[in-house]
Design a binder for this molecule. Structure first.
Ligand code: SF4
Length: 498
């Protein structure tokens, strides 16, 4: 019996990102992570909100297209499917479900796609590639279905919108006609679709787009890279470009010692190769001493970390879409070799900033250096909070001035402290275990900022019982504490070293 292969918009977009992914994914179920699942829910919420934009024009009952009788109507989620007989092995079904299709009074069709982004354009004003592929695929399928699309528009979130007492939908969303930016060529799409089908039917080999951006989160990375003879050591070389990776894999280079014969090395790559090959860290004690010159042994030292929310649709007055809103901080203080803790974790579904700022002001004092990791993040949050709450502006500015960014010491570009376990990067999750095996994220359910964000929403929702609520509260406290205590542990080790 023949199988049917269904080509959807997402299969097409994945193919345009890297032709090999579909080859690996066919017939495989990859379980969705907690974060992906929550992102999807956010997307659904944005789509729901977008219905209000069209208000009474919308007809939600038409999932399938029966459009002849419609004029001046917007169909919600209309579907189009093209079917044809494929090879001996498979028939092919090409499907699309649009967000909205507007039929004007003259019977012309206008496609409208909702994007939960605030920036669908590249710096040069063109559409971002994934959005362009999304829209051209949709136009192609509808046109093959005898629905000529006159215009294509995007409905996306307005980054400059600030929520008032009530949400003003016409200001929250921006609608742009992007027909002129599509560079639509039906023959090109047809060619890509044929390529997908031949890859699925194994009559042609996919071209792999190996790059850090593409491969880092790809669920098939291990199989795919080992087929190419690409080791993690090579893939993790700092600043390595896809072109360089191709040169190395084409020449069967799997050992770091040979890399320099084939690609140009800069100081970052050289340091990485040296520490990885020798399995010994590079430590420049003079440079670290100089970086830490403002710290005096015995002086009290603070460390600070924020966890933030980032709701696509602002929930409280005064906030923008996707604004990062601190809902929790943790402060660890080192004094006479003793570490103490202060924290605030907002536990209601309301604007966390008034209470958070009030507590921060009394917990962090007026003097003493404050260790942070990647200070731009904390400083930007403070600047934004200072603008929203001017009564705290000078306090927040003084907190910014007291900050010392511990990441600077571990940046590969600086070359002060580079360890083989850092894998060419300087994130706290990689750096901390080198200094402390006791500080571990494995015992709590929260191991990243994105998870913390969604767990907070879970904790403050109405449908959660007290036991679950307490568990999340405890995990959030522990997660934030690990980071700030970790900073003090690293600091102490560095002070001993110099
Ligand atoms: S690991 Fe990279 S090259 Fe391989 S299939 Fe995934 S994205 Fe493509």
């Amino acid at each position: 019996m023949k199988n049917t292969f269904s080509l959807t918009k997402s299969t097409y977009k994945i193919h345009m990102q890297c032709q090999a992914i579909n080859q690996y994914s066919i017939g495989q179920q990859v379980s969705e992570s907690y974060v992906e699942n929550n992102r999807k829910k956010e997307g659904i919420a944005i789509e729901e909100e977008s219905k209000k934009y069209f208000n009474e024009l919308i007809d939600s009952n038409h999932l399938h297209i029966e459009i002849q009788n419609y004029r001046n109507t917007i169909l919600y989620q209309p579907e189009a499917t093209i079917e044809f007989k494929g090879s001996d092995i498979r028939d092919i079904r090409i499907t699309n479900r649009a967000d909205y299709l507007f039929i004007d009074k003259d019977g012309n069709y206008h496609l409208i796609e909702v994007k939960g982004k605030t920036d669908p354009y590249k710096k040069n004003g063109k559409l971002k590639d994934d959005i362009k592929h999304d829209l051209t695929y949709q136009k192609y399928v509808f046109e093959k279905y005898n629905i000529p699309i006159k215009t294509v528009s995007l409905l996306y979130l307005n980054n400059d919108y600030t929520k008032k007492e009530k949400t003003i939908i016409s200001e929250l969303f921006i609608k742009d006609d992007v027909t002129h930016l599509l560079e639509y060529q039906s023959s090109e799409i047809e060619e890509e679709i044929s390529r997908i089908i031949s890859i699925i039917q194994k009559t042609s080999k996919p071209i792999k787009t190996i790059s850090k951006g593409n491969c880092r989160d790809c669920p098939y990375k291990q199989t795919c890279h080992s087929e190419e003879g690409l080791t993690d050591e090579i893939f993790e070389i700092p600043d390595i470009r896809g072109k360089d990776i191709n040169i190395l894999t084409n020449n069967n280079i799997t050992n770091l010692k040979d890399v320099g014969k084939y690609i140009k090395l800069n100081p970052n790559k050289e340091s990485y190769i040296q520490v990885t090959r020798t399995n010994k860290p590079i430590i420049n004690i003079d440079a670290i001493r100089n970086e830490l010159k403002d710290f005096k042994k015995g002086d009290p030292i603070y460390s600070l970390d924020y966890e933030t929310l980032q709701p696509p649709i602002p929930e409280w007055e005064g906030f923008r879409p996707y604004q990062q809103i601190p809902m929790q901080y943790h402060i660890s203080k080192l004094e006479q070799n003793n570490i103490t803790h202060k924290y605030y974790l907002h536990n209601k579904n309301s604007n966390p900033l008034p209470r958070l700022l009030e507590n921060l002001k009394s917990d962090i004092g007026n003097e003493g250096l404050i260790l942070v990791y990647f200070k731009r993040f904390e400083q930007q949050r403070n600047n934004e909070m200072g603008l929203m709450y001017p009564e705290y502006a000078s306090f927040l500015e003084s907190v910014n001035n007291r900050m010392f960014d511990l990441e600077e010491i571990f940046k590969i570009s600086k070359g002060y402290y580079i360890h083989p376990d850092f894998k060419g990067r300087s994130t706290l999750k990689l750096v901390l275990p080198v200094f402390s095996t006791e500080q571990t994220y494995t015992d709590i359910e929260i191991s990243g900022g994105m998870t913390a964000r969604y767990k907070w929403h879970e904790m403050t929702a109405d449908n959660i019982n007290d036991t679950e609520k307490k568990k999340i509260y405890k995990d959030l406290l522990e997660y934030c504490r690990l980071d700030t205590e970790g900073l003090l542990i690293i600091y102490k080790s560095l002070m001993e070293l110099i």
